[in-house]
Design a protein around this ligand. Sequence first.
Ligand code: ADP
Ligand code: MG
Length: 714
Amino acid sequence: GLNISSGSHRPNGKFSKDSTKVDSFSRRQKILQHRKSLPIASVERRLIEEVRNNDILIIVGETGSGKTTQLPQFLFNAGFSRDGTIIGVTQPRRVAAVTVAKRVAEECGVEVGQKVGYSIRFEDVTSSSTRIKYMTDGLLLREALLDPYLSRYSVIIVDEAHERTVHTDVLLGLLKNVQIARSKSFNYHLDNESKKAKNGMLVEKEKDPQSISFLKECQGKKFPPLKLIIMSASLDARIFSEYFGGARAVHIQGRQFPVDIFYTYHAEPDYLDAALITIFQIHMEEGPGDILVFLTGQEEIESVERLVKERLQKLPENNRKLVIFPIFSSLPSEQQMRVFAPIQAGFRKVILATNIAETSVTIPGIKYVIDPGFVKARTYDPNKGLESLVVVPISKAQALQRSGRAGREGPGKCFRLYPEFEFEKLEDSTKPEIKRCNLSNVILQLKAMGVDDIIGFDFIDKPSRSAIVKSLEQLYLLGALTDECKLSDPVGCQMARLPLDPVYSKALVLASEFKCLEEMLITVAMLSVESIFYAPREKLEEARTAMKCFSSPEGDHQTLINVYRASDEFLEKRKLGLGQEKIDKILRKWCKENFINSRSLRHARDVHSQIREHVEQMGLRLESCGDDMLQFRRCLAASFFLNAAIKQHEGTYRAFSTGQVVQIHPSSVLFRTKPDCIVFNELVQTNHKYVRNITRIDYLWLTELAPQYYAMQS
Ligand code: ADP
Ligand code: MG
């Protein structure tokens, strides 16, 4: 009979009363049209040919041309994921992996997690039927720990390679080796099979003396060859091509409309304020079109969001047609998609984004870009061994990318919140992250994969020798490496299994010994999100009073635990029989009353449950120290001893490891008490060097609990 309920069946007017079906049908038509109109659509067949003919291919194409969403589908349709293999696509950013996967799932007409899925740290939305998998570059690196040949993948696309995150760089080196090893294993077996066919016996092939050291058991297994595709938005394909021995590069022609660039006359003392003024100026004076504002992080985004909403209330009713959408990496993933949805006619979107909107995600409808010219970046001083996040000026290349976002669908305007002569002073391009970050995390992972010679590893850009040495030293001091610089067992192996910064991994491993893993789990989860407390300028006093209910005289770590447990207790009492949506709602209300950032708390709760799974699988003992918080603080000292500081005169502190003079950040609960000796987790550099997330410790614990470091010092 006639199957009218099937998704692929075209409902005709007679049968279909279900209006949602017609809607979803017209939506699918729209999507199809949109897909066909993308620049990449016209070169589908050529691209497939190129991939067939080249094991490594570099694809350069303007942002928004359809690389990320379309190419994996082309490959799938051309049969590249045969025999249950997977087409993997890596992204430097979580948000991109999530939003793109959801979009592509929709384009394919499937639920995300089925044929199309994504996997990011702390969130895996894939299944055995997943054939196109979006993930972060860091996640694929972790997969390589368990499956060194990445044997489930037939194609790996390293997307946004121009971003040059430390994970992308390490991944490229690793993939280069995996590809060689896989094609060797393949040829070896082909060889053997043809010889077997000829002679009726198996001939052992000589071992290749140059066989890659870290891929040890390759000879026994047969892997299909791996296709590698490197995608990038910037025009400079040369560096990747050279790195892969002159690999072929193809360019996809994009479309770009002219964008008028405006500069300020003078330097702006407060770029947030300038951004706010510009948003309203555009809103009141310019024609229709959405506004994209580049900010540096969650805190800035949320404060601008608040200010815009406030100011909007003061405008006459008919000028209030502005809708604000924040987008940043720790935004809960179901909220990330909202920015893509169409809004009521006559309204204007204001998108407040971190630099994820620079190249990773393309939001339709943007006509105006506001660019203060800053980005939050990691910096690392290998001599001091200290990494920090600082707000720095963007590069010229970034400024161009940002302004280009205004000209995708028609002519646009970009407002740079700095004078033109400042633009001239910007660096041409951004330094690769590997040159300016702490390497202990990746070194730990490389070691766990059996790569022992870190200095000899084939990096696309070599990190400085001193940075490598410093990180090795740090890992050694944490007990992850042995005297011979090998991964230690069990501590190093356990640390490598946890998807966390080595210092935090160490804290968890230690906490199971100190019998306070429950507390440490909460601490690490809370430390992995930005700003749990929320203190709007106009309600600072109220916020401070609210914070007092949670604050602990011992320090911020215990304060964070108090917040977490209070939210737990609150939910425990109420959530019986409630759905997730209701739970979220009452949690939001609780957060608001207590001046807690509900987005951050939710994220921390998610992270908590994920890490808990990890530590449980590892067999670590999940115990609580109960009221014995001394035990917990001793564990903090034993874990974070590299970040200990002692009080000097006038209330400043001297960090033991670096000799730097630092101050307690005003947001810390210890800001006023200023104990004699502290451990901290974060160094923030503004006009002062501030430390944040601090706990009071006893100086003597350091020599007792970290003799490997402090016995040497004294
Ligand atoms: P590229 O990778 O070349 O920068 P993408 O494949 O990311 O390009 O984007 C192609 C098109 O898909 C863009 O026009 C973008 O606006 C659209 N798009 C991407 N994600 C979504 C989404 N979640 N919702 C609606 N449109 C989207
Ligand atoms: Mg892309």
